[in-house]
Design a protein around this ligand. Structure first.
Ligand code: PMP
Length: 291
């Protein structure tokens, strides 16, 4: 990943991709003082850019540091790096971290850095292919309580259990893992939120200890606009047998139907198809009618 051509926005300037490096004594690397975003550009515009930028700034604040750029400056930097790489449809990764001036737990004096990379990460599957659904395994790791960690932040440290769970799932032949929370309630997949369909109702876990995804919120709006009743509530794992369809949502995953979670089976059908199409339509930039 570090040997590509292209440009990375790094602390206010565009650097050649291969030169965008940090020191080994970086606080963010040792103590996880690091937050990031994942966002996608469609047709040259980043979908819900300001929401992603606001979440990045809020995540840093949750980790007790301040990104030294305004939301306007960060938005502009995202557009700049997309243009410099001559990309219109791409994934983008802004990342902010504490630097290397001191290497001990306290780090208030360390410089806060911001970098933004972008690369092509298409959704390779057609709607028909997606509708086969992916297989999920239950994760052994649980999402921690809000009293244990700032669980609303999109923070590097929270991804340790995601990587472990995803590796375990892949080793066992599954596409991903579904994590429970510290109370044993259904939480989320390793990089996406989860929804369940029962007739005209769509149920999704209340995001009180995991990321309230921007795609998740978009999907709730789209589901309501398509006539579904959306219910956010605590969902116990043994309730999954009552649902007919299941899907994941996330910036990278977009809307991904699920066919299997442990012993439960789902058949992606009308709701998945409707919402895949509605999301694909929603992410396209809205050009003025006169254009
Ligand atoms: N949960 C986790 C753990 C994630 O990494 C992501 C992807 N950012 C999501 C949920 C979905 O969030 P969003 O829709 O904002 O991409």
């Amino acid at each position: 990943m570090d040997q590509r051509d292209g440009w990375i926005w790094f602390d206010g300037e565009l650097k050649p991709w291969k030169d965008a490096k940090v020191h080994v004594l970086t606080h963010g690397l040792h103590y996880a003082s690091c937050v990031f975003e994942g966002q996608r550009a469609y047709g040259g515009e980043v979908f819900k850019l300001r929401e992603h930028t606001d979440r990045l700034i809020a995540s840093a604040r949750d980790l007790d540091f301040t990104i030294p750029y305004s939301a306007d400056q960060i938005d502009e930097a995202c557009r700049q790096v997309l243009a410099a790489n001559e990309l219109t449809d791409a994934y983008m990764r802004p990342v902010a971290w504490r630097g290397s001036e001191t290497i001990s737990v306290p780090a208030r004096e360390n410089t806060v850095h911001l970098a933004i990379a972008t690369w092509v990460w298409p959704s390779y599957f057609s709607t028909e292919e997606k509708l086969k659904g992916i297989r999920l395994m239950w994760a052994k790791w649980k999402r921690p309580s809000p009293e244990t960690i700032p669980c609303k932040a999109k923070a590097a440290g929270l991804y340790m259990i995601c990587t472990l769970s995803k590796h375990a799932a892949m080793d066992a032949g599954y596409a991903d893992a579904l994590m429970l929370d510290y109370r044993g309630l259904v939480a989320e997949a390793t990089g996406a939120n989860v929804f369940f369909v029962k007739g005209n109702e769509i149920h999704t876990p209340t995001p009180d200890c995991f990321l309230d995804g921007i795609t998740r919120r978009t999907l709730i709006g789209l589901a309501k606009a398509n006539g579904y009743t959306v219910i956010e509530r605590h969902i116990k794992p043994d309730e999954l047998g009552q649902f007919e369809e299941c899907f994941l949502t996330g910036t990278a995953a977009e809307v991904t139907p699920v066919s299997e979670i442990g012993d439960y089976r789902f058949t992606p059908a009308k709701a998945c198809r409707t919402l895949i199409d509605a999301y694909a339509e929603a992410v396209q930039p809205k050009r003025a009618a006169a254009e």
